[in-house]
Design a protein around this ligand. Structure first.
Ligand code: SF4
Length: 345
């Protein structure tokens, strides 16, 4: 059992208080204190009697807290938070603000990552452990507390593969979505996967309207498997079949993320391969300018090449957005998280 009250849903907290011989409504009250009002310790749950707070502490319950080690600020407005967990492990979280002042938080689900994508710094780090739901949702709470501003959108695209930590990831979504807590609309939450098919299948059956993003990065198996090891386990045809099934079941648009790497996946034939592969799927495609980092020889595609590539996709009716590098000076861009402080393999 996880004794962290921050990792529990309203339902779990209600069940806990009933099991301790107290009234059920206390579960919702405590959930609200933690997730809507930012209570950071059991002693702060002033709605509970002193004796009940003491009882919770005696039984080993606690409220986890992320400690902000440093906030890196990029001149382009991107902020990167380096958090320390209770066991000394560290994670990074990136806050992006768009031209309309909408704030999006890119959150982590694991310390390190097992997927080992060749273009990603996190993928070259040791996998250490999964984050708990409280540590995942806690990133939103801590950033809001530090900045005094509300986060409008959450993307599960930081360190780690969310579907490699499926249960805690989905629980954190339920926690963030709960009207008694942060109440972030499910449509404002995106889970991004490198292509773990069982995760896509499970998500299709959840009673949550979250958005799904697939890190595609190549529509040709041979090329994809060179840069994404996960492609060997879940080849493209099976992956796209799962996406089609997901869309048939949920009727939701899907986003494909595509990092543009010079000479690897940016030729016209790569764009045409995407068209053939995902034809018929209602999709947005994000073309992301690759972010170079130490220890990796890849280079970003030329901007002209990215535009031509995007033009081929747009002509076929796909919605295409080009994302140029952001947070480059503070190593906060896609694929750069963890570069500065974790031991490499
Ligand atoms: S891109 Fe995502 S899935 Fe791939 S190694 Fe990096 S963090 Fe893991």
């Amino acid at each position: 059992m996880n004794y962290d009250l921050k990792s529990m849903t309203t339902g779990e907290l209600e069940a806990l208080f009933v099991s301790l011989g107290h009234q059920k409504f206390l579960g919702k009250t405590v959930f609200s204190f933690i997730h809507a009002h930012g209570a950071s310790g059991i002693d702060r749950l002033s709605t509970l009697s002193k004796s009940l707070r003491a009882e919770l502490c005696e039984q080993g319950f606690f409220i986890s807290r992320l400690v902000t080690v440093e906030v890196f600020k990029d001149p382009d407005g991107t902020n990167k938070y380096l958090f320390e967990l209770a066991d000394g492990n560290r994670i990074e979280t990136v806050e992006l603000t768009d031209e309309n002042e909408r704030r999006t938080l890119c959150i982590s689900t694991q310390v390190g990552c097992r997927m080992g994508c060749a273009f990603c710094a996190t993928g070259r780090l040791h996998f250490t452990r999964n984050l708990t739901a409280g540590e995942i949702a806690g990133q939103v709470l801590e950033v809001e507390k530090a900045s005094g501003e509300k986060i409008g959108n959450v993307v599960y695209m930081g360190m780690g593969e969310p579907f490699d930590n499926y249960d805690e990831t989905l629980k954190s979504v339920r926690i963030l979505n709960d009207p008694a807590g942060r109440n972030i609309g499910a449509r404002h939450i995106t889970i991004s996967t490198s292509g773990i098919i069982p995760g896509i299948e499970k998500l299709a059956s959840e009673d949550l309207q979250v958005r799904l993003a697939i890190s595609l990065h190549s529509a040709r198996d041979e090329a994809r498997q060179k840069i994404m090891g996960v492609g060997r386990k879940y080849p493209l045809e099976a992956l796209i079949d799962a996406v089609r099934d997901y869309q048939a079941k949920t009727r939701r648009r899907v986003t494909f993320e595509y990092v543009m790497i010079k000479g690897i996946n940016d030729a016209s034939l790569d764009a045409r391969a995407i068209v053939r592969l995902i034809r018929g799927i209602k999709a947005n495609i994000n073309l992301i300018e690759y972010n170079p980092h130490e220890g990796c020889d890849f280079a970003p595609s030329d901007r002209k090449t990215i535009k031509v590539f995007g033009g081929i996709l747009t002509a076929e009716g796909f919605e295409v957005a080009i994302r140029y590098k952001r947070g480059q000076q503070i190593k906060a861009a896609c694929g750069q998280l963890g570069t500065g402080w974790l031991k490499t393999n």
